[in-house]
Design a protein around this ligand. Structure first.
Ligand code: HEM
Length: 336
């Protein structure tokens, strides 16, 4: 027997086995389903053409199975192919370019404009900006987010970016590890995001003074200092759109995939996957802006989240209304 005859016979047996699985029936001549006959005939007239089998398989109908699992009787769900094309096509392609372009735009902005600095000298007098519990919640959210972003990027783009560099084997080990880390850290991020929304929602409510911040683009281009409350309009936008809407979307869609124990079907998981990836990419690009402003973009900002305290000059120049409130004893936090 030549090698090609061997493979041709093997192929026919595999197809027959698939059909047996699909119907759960022994292939006996008497009750041979029509599609099996069509496939057998097609093999004679056009060897290698498996259209009758695939037409049957892709009907999305439940067949007989002893496995009690949800949708276990559906051998192949056709929408899975649509999901695969969407995820590996536009989501990966446009998402990847969006991340690269936003990161490049931030770097170019930094090169041209440099950081926002204080106009007046520091006074050496410190006031409290974030008590300990707020800093703990912030850094747990930030830490888990960075781990999820790194592993999530590897899951979506690693095949194109990492695998050609580090090879199949190392990439395989890394992804098994990364995927499990992603699955385990996700729920922690969900809990800390909810805690963050609870502690900061009140101070992120929009106020009239935000209109001034918008009209002056926050002084980002002119460098002038624009008064704001405890959080400025840029921070509020990050809080409501980035953390609240996108953070909760990413968390809920992630939990749907993390715990497939609630009768979720394949279509639910595919929808959750696309929603998760798209929301995560938008959250990531917004977070790049936030991380930039919290580190190299604004002199002295990182100190507030590291130590909980800021210089009075910084407070007056960046959050003047809040500074006045603190001085008047109207806003403040228990020492922690
Ligand atoms: C990992 C890098 C990060 C750094 C270096 C960073 C840094 C900072 C700093 C310095 C502040 C204080 C700004 C101020 O005093 O006005 C701040 C505030 C804040 N951060 Fe982050 N952060 C990071 C990641 C995150 C992440 C991942 C989230 C949410 C998922 C987050 C959510 C917030 C929120 C909500 C605020 C309060 C201001 C607001 O309402 O927008 N941060 N961050």
């Amino acid at each position: 027997m030549t090698t090609s005859t061997f493979y041709s016979r093997l192929g026919r047996w595999l197809i027959a086995a698939c059909l047996m699985l699909a119907w759960g029936l022994p292939l006996q001549a008497a009750d041979t389903p029509p599609a099996v006959q069509q496939q057998a005939e097609r093999q004679q007239t056009q060897p290698g053409n498996n259209a009758p089998m695939w037409r049957e398989v892709r009907q999305d109908k439940a067949h007989f199975t002893n496995n009690p699992g949800n949708e276990a009787g559906v051998l192949i769900q056709s929408a899975g192919n649509t999901w695969r094309h969407l995820r590996n096509g536009p989501v990966t392609q446009y998402g990847g370019w969006l991340v690269v372009l936003v990161a490049a735009a931030i770097l170019i902005f930094y090169k041209i404009k440099g950081p926002l600095t204080n106009h007046d000298p520091l006074t050496g007098k410190l006031i409290q900006r974030f008590p300990r519990y707020e800093r703990v919640i912030h850094w747990i959210t930030a830490g888990t987010f960075v781990i999820l972003a790194a592993t999530g990027l590897a899951i979506l783009f690693g095949k194109h970016v990492l695998m050609p560099v580090i090879g199949h084997s190392l990439f395989g080990y890394l992804m098994v590890f990364g995927k499990n880390v992603h699955n385990i850290i996700g729920p922690l991020f969900a809990v800390s995001t909810i805690a963050m929304i609870i502690i900061w929602a009140r101070d992120n409510v929009w106020q009239n003074i935000d209109a001034l911040w918008i009209s002056k683009a926050g002084g980002l281009l002119s460098g002038e200092h624009v008064p704001s409350g405890r959080f400025n309009f840029g921070e509020k936008t990050w809080f409501w759109i980035g953390v609240t809407i996108l953070g909760l979307t990413v968390a809920v869609s992630g939990l749907v995939m993390d715990f497939p124990n609630f009768e979720q079907g394949r279509a639910d998981m595919q929808l959750a996957n696309i929603v998760h990836a798209v929301a995560a990419i938008f959250m990531l690009v917004l977070s790049l802006g936030h991380i930039y402003m919290g580190t190299i973009g604004v002199h002295g900002a990182l100190d507030s989240m590291k130590t909980g305290y800021v210089d009075e000059t910084w407070a007056r120049e960046h959050h003047e209304e809040w500074f006045k409130d603190v001085k008047a004893g109207k806003s403040g936090h228990p020492q922690g």
